[in-house]
Design a protein around this ligand. Structure first.
Ligand code: GLC
Ligand code: GLC
Length: 811
């Protein structure tokens, strides 16, 4: 029996961590709009406004020793004992510890020597701040004289320069202290129109704003000198490292309780309103924000509003199957992770520093399929933002910065799968909302307003980009890489100082991708459907799709599976002729989702090969056999040790492609089985091995060739969330939004007897009950809508506000 570190509390929609020493920091995200915090199970992490690189409020040191050091800390000094509600950083043993990660809030409950503390952290709606409510309660029968120190360390805004430009940074830090508020105003004098503050809704008995004074040059966060000695220094930072610490003496009679509200906020001022007087910042907005949360009641109300929002978001899709693990994934945690990935793309997690990658073109388009049903308006805006970074020839900047919404020129483009993902996101948006007007929105190219077409024109260019970039076999040219960032078929890197993906591009016109071929057929058909509905002739486009199908069958089939690619020299990649990496997952996924050669049995054969060669108990690996040597013409993929990341790791993002492929063939048992291998709730009992949070997907689980198969990494920010959402909610449970209504098309395990789903769709409610009396995997035998039998399996969209009862019998 392996050790677990907590449990799910489904009623409260929380994961409850009961042992602070999780195998890795298990984190949560605060904020859903413009202000965000990352918070670990010991209150470590940091917060930022919009962009983790350019507007970072608090400092964080990555890959630190000890792990996860730095955060929002509250030190409670009770006699000689100093402890924290979240155990760290003092690591004083607690009599009771619980971290409850809920939907956009985290709660830390610590008890020590008759004192109970409860710290709740969240970002209220419409607010650019973290609010921390701290309750201290004397549960002993003696009087307690406690000394409380808060702590946050300011980051000097730019997360990157904060870690490298010390010759400047150590001289520029500035603060102001007024009443119980510490203001951080570094660089405000010149070009910044923003400052941060940390407040508390009570008089303070002292403070510190200079790190060396508070912590001591030779101490760590676990033993700040001011705390150890029980007396603040009232230090005012001038350069060096500014921090914010309040000091409050809390006397509690037995049974008495004290509640304090701290606000860690961000303020922007108009240029002409920056100052109150010379050198003194204008605090009007800060004071207004503080006043919004100056009582516990106001904070509780804001927390309730947040939970009501989540209630509403989650109510769009609720399933009841009788399998509590499945239900909690679908009803709570998968949609939650989809919201977080939508917000963060791949920017800020405990594996992504927030200073490297902006928003990915392909990533954000894919994230959208996990999110569009939750907040269609925001999804629409996201589509328009992404499309505006597309180039005129249909290709795209690979990434863009969220703050500026501009393409990132350092990385550039030439990832040839990128354009096609836009067709996926736009069609998913229209299917969910029925809002065809999005296609008429005028959207620039490369953010240049003088170059613009309607959004539909962008899709046309996405489509034609592929048709104009075909290689010798009539298959799509791969460019620097396709979805697999590490299959770098045109980047011959032999210099350790360069990037595998963006340097040395040969601009060859031979390397071709079978994954893009499948993607083109799948999303090309979607494009054709949109054309038809707009009354546009489709013969040419259909011709291109047919030609692609022929090319795949002719030069993309290896006998038992689909090839992966042709390399720069025109040699096969992912073929039985290769020594290593004879079979890859991506082309099996995309070509079977596109049903290429289904009639001839190619899809079934390919999926059988996947089962035989790629599947293992922890999921489906990316390629097999794993690479053991560097192949310069393949690039980064062959650099990872066997079993990790793109080299035969279980890259959870692409497992759903196989799962969906299986459902196309009606193999429900296999589809469900594959899904359970990677779905985190099913891996909870193996937490010691799995290592990452059991409530969210990780990008990668070490594959069968790894040193430690089953160990996950890179949790949270991964296309895995959105794709598994699509796989389980649409392809397995079978509720598929379509242009005209909801298609009911389950593909389940034979032994599932019945289940029920409530789906809100275009402002109407569908109560769907599915029965499987004959024990089949797939096939709707009959269906009634509000008691009336209907032909087929599409429930036509009904009047907004109405509700519909759908009874489906499989057989
Ligand atoms: C990472 C990237 C994604 C890429 C994948 C496979 O998850 O964010 O864009 O497709 O790796 O390389
Ligand atoms: C590395 C990773 C890959 C990721 C890429 C982003 O190559 O292996 O997953 O997409 O970096 O730049």
């Amino acid at each position: 029996m392996m050790k677990t570190y907590g449990h799910f509390d489904d009623a409260n929609r929380e994961y409850v961590i009961t042992d602070p020493k999780t195998p890795f920091p298990w984190i949560n995200y605060l904020g859903n709009e413009e202000f965000f915090g990352l918070i670990s199970n010991t209150a470590g992490g940091y917060c930022f406004y919009k962009d983790a690189k350019f507007r970072r409020l608090t400092r964080y040191r990555y890959n630190n020793v000890p792990m996860d050091t730095g955060g929002r800390y509250y030190y409670i000094k009770d006699g000689d004992t100093v402890w924290n509600p979240g155990w760290k950083p003092t690591q004083t043993d607690l009599d009771f510890y619980e971290c409850r990660h809920g939907l956009s809030y985290s709660k830390f409950i610590g008890e020590k020597d008759g004192v109970r503390s409860e710290l709740t952290c969240f970002v209220p709606k419409g607010t650019n701040a973290e609010v921390h409510k701290l309750t201290l309660e004397n549960i002993s029968n003696v009087r307690k004289k406690l000394k409380l120190f808060s702590f946050a360390e300011w980051c000097l805004w730019n997360g990157m320069s904060d870690m490298e430009n010390f010759q400047r940074n150590l001289s520029v830090g500035e603060v102001e202290i007024e009443d119980s508020v510490i203001y951080h105003k570094t660089e405000y004098k010149e070009r910044r129109d923003h400052y941060a503050f940390f407040s508390v809704n009570a008089p303070i008995d002292g403070f510190d704003t200079d790190r060396e004074n508070f912590i001591g040059l030779y101490n760590g966060f676990e033993k700040p000198v001011a705390v150890a000695e029980g007396s603040p220094r009232n230090s005012v930072a001038h350069g060096w490292s500014p921090i914010a610490s309040h000091y409050i003496e809390v006397d509690l009679e037995p049974g008495e309780k004290r509640e304090l509200v701290f606000v860690l906020g961000y303020i922007e001022n108009e240029k002409e309103e920056k100052w109150e007087s010379k050198g003194v910042i204008n605090k009007t907005k800060a004071k207004a924000m503080i006043a919004q949360f100056d009582t516990s009641e106001k904070v509780d109300a804001a927390l309730l509003a947040l939970s009501k929002d989540w209630e509403k978001l989650l109510s769009v899709y609720q399933v009841s199957t009788g399998d509590e693990k499945l239900d909690r994934m679908v009803n709570i945690w998968n949609p939650y992770q989809c919201m977080v990935t939508f917000n963060m793309s791949r920017s800020a997690s405990f594996f992504e520093s927030g200073i490297g990658r902006g928003m990915g073109f392909r990533d954000s388009n894919q994230d959208l399929i996990g999110f569009v049903h939750q907040a269609p308006e925001r999804a629409k805006q996201r589509i328009l933002d992404i499309a505006a970074t597309q180039f005129e020839d249909g290709s795209a900047y690979h990434q863009y910065q969220p703050l500026t919404k501009r393409g990132n020129a350092d990385i550039g483009g030439d990832f040839n799968d990128d354009p096609l993902w836009l067709i996926l996101s736009v069609s998913a948006y229209i299917k969910e909302t029925g809002d065809w007007s999005i296609l008429d929105e005028i959207v620039p190219y490369d953010n240049d307003e003088s170059k613009a077409t309607d959004l539909f024109g962008h899709l046309t260019r996405s489509f034609t980009f592929t048709t104009k970039n075909l290689g010798p076999h009539g298959l799509p040219l791969i460019g620097r890489a396709d979805w697999n960032d590490c299959l770098n078929l045109n980047c011959f890197s032999d210099d350790p100082n360069e990037s595998f993906q963006t340097t040395g591009n040969q601009m060859g016109r031979t390397a071709e991708s079978l994954m893009i071929a499948g993607q083109f057929v799948l999303y090309g058909r979607e494009y054709v459907e949109l054309c038809k509905r707009r009354g546009i002739k489709t013969a040419d486009s259909e011709g291109h799709i047919d030609a692609m199908i022929d090319a795949v069958k002719k030069d993309g089939w290896d006998g038992e599976w689909f090839l992966r690619a042709y390399d720069y020299y025109g040699k096969k990649v992912g073929s039985k002729e290769n020594d290593e990496a004879q079979i890859f997952i991506e082309s099996q996924g995309f070509c079977t989702m596109a049903e290429i050669g289904k009639e001839e049995g190619l899809c079934q054969k390919a999926l059988d090969s996947v089962e035989e060669r790629l599947a293992c108990e922890h999921g489906i690996v990316l390629n097999n056999p794993a690479f053991t040597k560097y192949v310069i013409e393949y690039g980064e993929i062959s650099t990872y040790p066997p079993g990790y990341k793109e080299n035969a790791g279980i890259f959870c993002h692409n497992n759903p492609w196989i799962i969906i492929g299986e459902t196309k063939l009606g193999n429900g048992d296999r589809a469900v089985d594959y899904w359970k291998r990677i779905a985190p709730a099913y891996r909870e009992e193996q937490s010691e091995l799995h290592k990452m949070e059991p409530y969210v997907y990780s990008q990668m689980i070490a594959g069968k060739d790894a040193f430690k198969p089953g160990e996950a990494k890179n949790s949270w920010l991964t296309g895995t969330a959105a794709w598994n959402w699509a796989a389980i909610s649409q392809d397995i449970l079978g509720i598929k939004p379509g242009y005209d209504g909801l298609m009911i098309d389950p593909c389940i395990s034979k032994d599932w007897k019945a289940y029920a789903i409530t789906r809100k769709f275009r402002s109407a409610t569908y109560r769907i009950s599915i029965r499987n009396p004959d024990g089949v995997c797939k096939g709707v035998k009959s269906m009634t809508v509000n008691g009336q039998p209907v032909d087929g399996n599409i429930v036509a969209a009904v009047e907004p506000g109405s509700s519909v009862d759908v009874l489906v019998t499989l057989g």
